[in-house]
Design a protein around this ligand. Structure first.
Ligand code: UD1
Ligand code: CA
Length: 476
């Protein structure tokens, strides 16, 4: 077979076809999330730092369509492994895809903390040693469950060369004491890999084709198999159980918080905050305890995010104050705006510069213009609110007629008195004034006063006379 690859051409294969039996889940293992991102997306992000997306091949099988759909936007390639017959069998499926590559780095879809720098070290070590196979190893506190790497010895000392890898289930006698584990991350020269991979058998406790058996196989065929130990074993921890998922999630979030603090964000009690991997926060912003910042949220500088707020996929400007207990999703908040306590920004809310949204105010698909205020107990849905508008306490946009949603337009400088209902579609013209307790069903012209309520009637002495009548009736 002739190879057209550029010298030293590396592809990356990510093993992601397994069911993840130990998670006891209906969903594919690699789509479980830590720090707000799927396991596989973490691995793809690291791999994308080493090669181009079209040089990354994810081996998918269990719920392949779901996995493909979730990762489609990354631009990577997919190879299907229809039956999941082991990690060796998974790599066999990539034979055609890897035809043009001299080397391949194999990563595990369930080893998500791997750093790009470490993958790079594996690549360089592999090339420098002219190896057929390079295994990334580690020495974690507890090696239980991992495959163990046995090195070749020379003069009673371990060498860089690997003799064999033995899976946990196949360990004999005192082999379990071996602390050096297989990370599931490797580099292979594709030529010897595919020349020998068909020699793998299923003669092992799991009845699977083990990729790990390639170490012994290649060695016996006269090829060089070497091991490189990771400096930090926590980088290669696998996520096989819910407990491990939770542990990795904690590790990743702690790392995220450390990175943010190093870059100038204050986080009090970082152990109580959940900040997703892709979140961005500016300098001198203060995050109080028990805050969740989720998804692709971006927060500017000099903001203060007070306790118990949950912020999902929001864009927040500079100098924004978010008081306790705000729930915000898919929304935009301009510089200097103030929210809460207990504001609820539902998707499509756009709070402009310096605007205020107060307690128990809910917004949805609504723009609140510069400097406008909705401070208490309101619902603003499908509304376009101009600048300098005052929305009185308890104002409600009646945007839904049971079938369709309608828009409310409130132009600049409007004053809406408390407890008004604005029945959409309706428009309040610039500078208009709505009397408190109004039910507004018709458009209000600019600068007009609208009163949508019945007139008050006072009946002199009625209350006293009524009381006396009642008392007299009781005596009888
Ligand atoms: C594997 C290694 C073990 C190593 C550990 C590190 C083997 C036989 N064992 O064990 O030495 O210490 O990783 O984390 O390789 N997969 C497929 N197709 C399959 C089977 C698995 O794509 O048919 C994928 C899985 O989705 C997973 C990865 O390969 O992402 C590893 O499989 P898993 O079953 O988790 O292997 P481990 O038992 O953890
Ligand atoms: Ca695993």
């Amino acid at each position: 077979m002739t190879r057209t690859a550029t010298p030293g051409g590396f592809a990356i294969v990510i093993l992601a076809a397994g069911r993840g039996t130990r998670l006891k889940s209906r969903h594919p293992k690699v789509l479980h999330q830590i720090a707000g991102k799927t396991l596989l997306a973490h691995v793809v992000a690291a791999a994308s730092r080493i090669v181009r997306p079209e040089e990354i091949f994810a081996i998918i099988g269990h719920e392949a369509d779901q996995v493909r759909a979730a990762l489609q936007s990354t631009g990577i390639e997919f190879v299907e492994q229809k039956e999941q017959r082991g990690t060796g069998h998974a790599v066999m499926q990539a034979r055609e895809a890897l035809r043009a590559y001299e080397h391949v780095l194999v990563l595990s879809g369930d080893v998500p903390l791997i750093h790009p720098e470490t993958i790079e070290r594996v690549r360089n070590f592999h090339v420098e040693h002219g190896a057929a196979m390079t295994v990334l190893t580690a020495e974690p506190q507890d090696p239980t469950g991992y495959g163990r790497v046995f090195r070749k010895y020379k003069d009673l000392k371990p060498t860089e060369e690997v003799d064999r890898i033995v899976e946990q289930k196949a360990l004999r006698n005192n082999e379990g004491e071996q602390r050096e584990i297989n990370s599931g991350i490797y580099a292979f020269a594709t030529e010897p890999l595919f020349a020998n991979i068909d020699k793998l058998t299923t003669e092992n406790p799991a009845g699977e084709f083990y990729l790990t058996d390639m170490a012994g196989l290649l060695g016996r065929a006269g090829h060089k198999v070497v091991a490189l130990k990771a400096s930090d074993s926590s980088e290669v921890l696998g996520a096989n159980t819910r407990e491990e998922l939770a542990e990795l999630d904690i590790k990743l979030r702690a790392k995220k918080a450390r990175e943010l603090m190093a870059a100038g964000t204050t986080i009090f009690r970082p152990d109580t905050c959940d900040i997703d991997a892709d979140v961005e926060i500016g300098t001198d912003t203060v995050i109080e305890p028990f805050v969740q910042i989720i998804g692709k949220t971006k927060i500017g500088s000099d903001c203060r995010i007070r306790s118990y707020s949950v912020i999902t996929n929001c864009q927040i400007g500079d100098k924004v104050l978010i008081r306790p207990g705000c729930i915000m999703e898919d929304s935009v908040v301009g510089d200097g705006a103030q929210l809460g306590p207990y504001s609820h920004l539902r998707p499509g809310s756009h709070i402009d510069e310096g605007a205020h949204v107060g307690n128990f105010v809910e917004t949805k698909k609504t723009r609140l213009g510069k400097g406008s205020k909705a401070n208490h107990l309101s619902y603003l849905g499908d509304a376009v609110v101009g600048e300098g508008v005052n929305i009185g306490a308890g104002t409600i946009t009646c945007n839904y007629d049971g079938v369709n949603k309608h828009q409310t337009v409130i132009e600049d400088g409007v004053f809406v008195g408390s407890d008004s209902t604005l029945v959409a579609p309706v428009k309040l013209g610039k500078g208009a004034y709505v009397g408190a307790g109004s039910c507004i069903t018709d458009d209000v012209p600019a600068d007009a006063l609208a009163l949508g309520r019945s007139r008050q009637v006072n009946k002199p002495n009625w209350a006293r006379e009524n009381r006396e009548k009642m008392k007299a009736a009781k005596k009888r």
